[in-house]
Design a protein around this ligand. Structure first.
Ligand code: RFL
Ligand code: PHB
Length: 385
């Protein structure tokens, strides 16, 4: 097989890149190790920042998002006995949208299908070769295939094989806690997300739709999910989110899914070697507290697609040469913001940290300068920042 751009991974980065390349007249083939059903149902991120929404709308992927997604003006920041609303629209003129990554994946999958685009699911043994003849090998049902391309892009997430062929410098930070995430079949108890600091640990009240709630609890990094019965989860959420405070109630319901998500910050640079590029989680991971992972993947491919179109159709390498440096500016901004939100909201064993965190929270919630800084980063800086 031969194509112009071989893309490894059919997550949001890979499928959106394929979509944007097709808009620019460049052909691509996507290979994905999981089945399409799996990719479209795995529960991950839920918040789209302003520039992600604008980009999806501008390339014909915004219809269902506008119909079924929910625009949020801001978030609530909370600590015991206080809840403050930060209104991003008032502060920075930009909002965010609640629209699950599962829905983004379905929209992208349908768009690729409608365009007759080749996405090969359920492949095994993917290997990436960077040389004067870049190519990818893989097997499908035990049969070996080779895909030759002008360029290979690794959109294969945090555990994919492409990162290893783009050697560089890595930076990382681990955190001594994880998130226990649950999806519950119950109407959200809040109109907008609640980020709650509590001495027992952080809690987040998010949502997916008017009937489905997404909630998270800070738990120790080595937590065994078997130790968390549904009742224990709801009890902890009620305490940390402030059930009963000022008449607010957390409504309980059947838990459809629960899992423990490790937290990590990771950046690898540069995001290119020769004809092989990296985008999304393949190059960087952020802890989910700033809701940035999916949005950063979108921002990367928004820069990479025009760079590859110029390289492959006009033989103009300038944007491709600038890609890694430009993408990394935003990556480091989001890495800092995600680390800052994480360390401000997750409790540590050191009581000194708690005082600093509460002071920081009071400042963010009461000062226009503090609130604007959070709003600007959360609602997202313009692409190319
Ligand atoms: P993805 O979505 O991980 O997609 C990578 C794709 O590459 C495939 N792949 C391969 N394909 C072919 N051959 C191979 N050898 C391959 N190895 C891997 C994978 O199957 C996959 O389909 O990366 P992408 O596109 O860069 O998108 C990034 C976002 O998905 C990610 O940043 C966010 O979802 C992060 N994230 C979350 N963010 C939030 O804001 N809130 C969350 O609750 C949240 N939950 C999560 C998450 C990420 C998770 N990961 C990566 C483990 C929960 C999890 C479990
Ligand atoms: C989610 O709904 O999954 C979600 C929302 C906000 C975050 C992280 C996850 O910061």
């Amino acid at each position: 097989m031969r194509t112009q751009v071989a893309i490894i991974g059919a997550g949001p980065a890979g499928l959106l890149l394929s979509h944007l390349l097709a808009e620019g007249g460049v052909e691509s083939v996507v290979v994905e190790t999981r089945t399409r059903d799996y990719v479209e149902s795995r529960i991950r991120a839920g918040i789209l920042e302003h520039s992600t929404v604008e980009l999806l709308k501008s390339v014909g992927l915004g219809d269902r998002l506008m119909r079924e997604g929910h625009e949020h003006r801001g978030i609530y920041l909370q600590w015991p006995s206080e809840r403050h609303h930060l209104d991003f629209l008032d502060l920075v003129g930009r909002s965010v949208w609640v629209y699950g990554q599962t829905e983004v994946q379905k929209d992208l999958g349908r768009a690729r299908e409608a365009a007759g685009q080749q996405v090969i699911y359920d492949v095994r043994d993917t290997a990436v070769f960077d040389s004067t003849e870049p190519h990818v090998t893989f097997t499908v049902d035990g049969v070996a295939h080779r895909l030759d391309a002008d360029v290979v892009v690794g959109c294969d997430g945090s555990f994919g094989p492409t990162r290893a062929v783009v050697p560089g410098t890595t930076w990382q930070r681990t955190y001594p806690y994880s998130w226990l995430g649950v999806l519950a079949d119950v109407a959200p108890s809040t109109d907008e997300l609640i980020y709650a600091w509590h001495p027992d640990g952080f809690a987040l009240n998010s949502m997916r739709s008017p009937t489905v709630t997404r909630l998270y609890l800070q738990v120790p990094a080595d937590t065994d999910i078997a130790e968390w019965s549904d009742e224990r989860i709801w009890d902890a959420l009620s305490i940390r989110l402030g059930h009963g405070q000022d008449g607010w109630e957390l409504t309980r319901g059947p838990i459809m899914e629960k899992s423990v998500l490790p937290m990590r910050s990771f950046v690898q640079a540069p995001m290119r070697r020769g004809n092989v590029f990296l985008a999304g989680d393949a190059a960087h991971i952020v802890p989910p507290t700033g809701a940035k992972g999916l949005n950063l993947a979108v921002a990367d491919v928004t820069l990479l697609a025009p760079a590859l179109v110029a390289l492959l159709t006009e033989k103009d390498p300038r944007l491709a040469d600038e890609y890694s440096d430009r993408a990394l500016r935003r990556v480091w901004r989001c890495t800092h913001f995600s680390w800052w939100m994480t360390t401000m909201l997750h409790t540590s064993p050191d009581p000194f940290d708690a005082q600093l965190q509460l002071s920081q929270l009071r400042w963010v919630a009461s000062s226009v300068a503090g609130a604007t800084g959070l709003a600007e980063n959360y609602a997202g800086l313009p692409i190319g920042f």
